[in-house]
Design a protein around this ligand. Structure first.
Ligand SMILES: [Zn+2]
Length: 264
């Protein structure tokens, strides 16, 4: 078993490679006690891959990547490797937004709770299929300066959960492209993230595109890499037009730029 690094910072991705896997052999993986999916490089390959996400809010400390399988002698075998997780350095941002986004009324609050439930159901689904095909790319052409990942936020003077996406400033109407191929898991208006698209890339990997002015795909659609899926906008809880780009890997909130730098 090989890990891309034995040290990681909150919001990072780790690539895991397992070699010497026999045909038909079932190997299970665990990261911090949670089952993680593994995929074969090709049907007859002896190499398996996985992605371990270090959640933005995973406390600093030592964690374990564990593999288990049944050995040739029929006995269970285990192999593990530890990863040191370090705290990220995230600044605090103070913002003024419309009061309805800091103190939603009961009806708005219920909408937000329903959105959250919907998102959880999506992220609970692990499609055992590699739906991507090649390198992941940034979702805006010519935009490379993402910001705000992990920022602790104080809205109208009140502390809120950290910012889980990367914000790219761009003008309303700028085309937004799918970072890679996949299946559209959600394409609708949500309370906080406005017009939102979520793409399922398989094996628990999801990318999210928020605050769009326009959505050009529908839930259930198959999208190609770099296909236009919508336009930059300022819908939902925003201070101005920008693209909020998120990456979730088996429930862990990751700095989306990591998947461009570390190809799974
Ligand atoms: Zn954002």
């Amino acid at each position: 078993m090989k890990l891309s690094s034995g040290v990681a910072t909150q919001g990072n991705l780790l690539l895991v490679q397992v070699t010497g896997a026999k045909q038909g052999q079932t190997i299970s993986a665990e990261w911090d006690g949670h089952a993680m999916p593994l995929w074969r490089e090709s049907p007859d390959s002896a190499t398996l891959h996985s992605l371990a996400g270090v959640d933005l809010e995973m406390p600093a400390g030592s964690y374990e990547w564990k593999l288990s399988w049944t050995g040739a002698d029929g006995k269970p075998a285990v192999c593990s490797q530890s990863v040191a997780v370090r705290a990220g350095k995230f600044p605090t941002e103070r913002l003024s937004v419309e009061n309805q986004y800091v103190h939603p009324d009961p009806e708005q609050e219920q909408r937000a709770a329903e959105d959250q439930k919907k998102m959880r159901a999506i992220y609970d689904t692990v499609t055992p299929e590699v739906l991507w095909n090649g390198k992941f790319e940034l979702p805006l052409k010519g935009e490379t300066e993402g910001k705000n990942f992990g920022r602790r936020r104080v809205l109208n003077g009140e502390a809120r959960s950290p910012h889980t996406g990367v914000d790219f400033p761009a003008a309303t109407g700028t085309p937004v492209y799918a970072a890679q191929a996949g299946k559209v898991a959600l394409a609708e208006n949500l309370y906080f993230s406005g017009n939102t698209v979520v793409i399922n890339h398989g094996f628990g990997i999801y990318t999210l595109y928020a605050h769009l002015s326009e959505i050009q795909v529908q839930a259930g659609d198959t999208v190609k890499a770099s296909q236009e899926i919508g336009k930059v906008g300022a819908t939902g809880r925003v201070t101005g037009p920008h693209l909020h780009w998120g990456l979730t890997v088996n429930h862990a909130h990751i700095d989306a730029r990591q998947i461009v730098q570390q190809q799974p």
